[in-house]
Design a protein around this ligand. Structure first.
Ligand SMILES: NC(=O)c1ccc[n+]([C@@H]2O[C@H](COP(=O)([O-])OP(=O)(O)OC[C@H]3O[C@@H](n4cnc5c(N)ncnc54)[C@H](OP(=O)(O)O)[C@@H]3O)[C@@H](O)[C@H]2O)c1
Length: 228
């Protein structure tokens, strides 16, 4: 249905399931996984990557992300390990997650070549903190923002913040569902993609219908105001 990026992590316990799911269609899928922050020493990063590759049953990880910052381990050491994995052909792109602007700058400076491709952070109609400085910084520096929890960890958390029923009114006007509106609102921002989680085929089909069209400027502004 056009959704080809799968995000997982060594800590999720789902890499083997992802590996089963992509067998036979590996070249159609962008596989993103993460190394946990307690594995940021050089040897640990390399060991974690090898273990992820084995569980996923693939030869390279498309996007390998630092799951969250670890101030106790020098970022130069961790990024050196990430570049080693790129040079070895085991990783295509280096990403981070839950990094602030300062941490992004430090991580970028710690790379001897190449650059940070993405920063995975919480972003949804009801979690807008990144709009102040992180989102503009990423947009200016060609860093893709991967919005996690883009459905606010459940649609009820969106309804709770919308006592006037604005989103349901927009849904009626556009013929889209609340989930599709929430996701389309996320991805209309430059450099933002979204990784909703869904446990049913019906939800996945609905979520895939969130792209390929655009909310009107008026509807976007109304959503911005309603959920600010
Ligand atoms: N980097 C990090 O630190 C970090 C942290 C948290 C999450 N993440 C990533 O972000 C992904 C998504 O985040 P999340 O699970 O926290 O929250 P989310 O995607 O915002 O919300 C998931 C919830 O939305 C529901 N849902 C999905 N599609 C729906 C639809 N069409 N209609 C109604 N409800 C729908 C799901 O229900 P069902 O399950 O019943 O379909 C589930 O309860 C995770 O899978 C993970 O990869 C990353």
């Amino acid at each position: 249905m056009g959704a080809c990026l799968i995000d997982t992590a060594e800590s999720y316990g789902t890499e083997a399931i992802v590996g089963d799911a992509i067998r036979g269609i590996r070249d159609q899928v962008i596989v993103a996984t993460k190394v946990s922050q307690n594995h940021f020493r050089k040897g640990d990063v390399i060991r974690s990557a090898d273990q992820s590759l084995r569980r996923l049953g693939i030869n390279h990880i498309d996007l390998y992300q630092l799951h969250s910052p670890n101030p106790h381990i020098p970022i130069e050491e961790t990024m050196g390990a990430m570049e080693f994995l790129v040079d070895a052909g085991k990783v295509r792109f280096i990403g981070v997650s839950n990094f602030s602007v300062i941490q992004l700058k430090q991580a970028q400076s710690a790379l001897s070549k190449g650059r940070i491709a993405s920063n995975q952070v919480k972003y949804s109609l009801v979690a807008r903190d990144i709009e102040d400085s992180l989102l503009p910084y990423c947009q200016e520096n060609q860093i893709t923002v991967i919005a996690y929890s883009p459905l606010a960890e459940g649609i009820s958390n969106i309804f709770r913040r919308d006592s006037a029923g604005v989103i349901e009114r927009i849904a009626a006007e556009t013929g889209k569902t609340t989930a599709q509106l929430a996701l389309n609102w996320c991805i209309h921002k430059e450099a933002v993609i979204a990784i909703p989680k869904a446990n049913s085929v019906a939800h996945i089909e609905e979520d895939c219908g969130a792209s390929g069209w655009s909310l009107s400027v008026d509807h976007i502004e109304l959503l911005n105001r309603t959920f600010k």
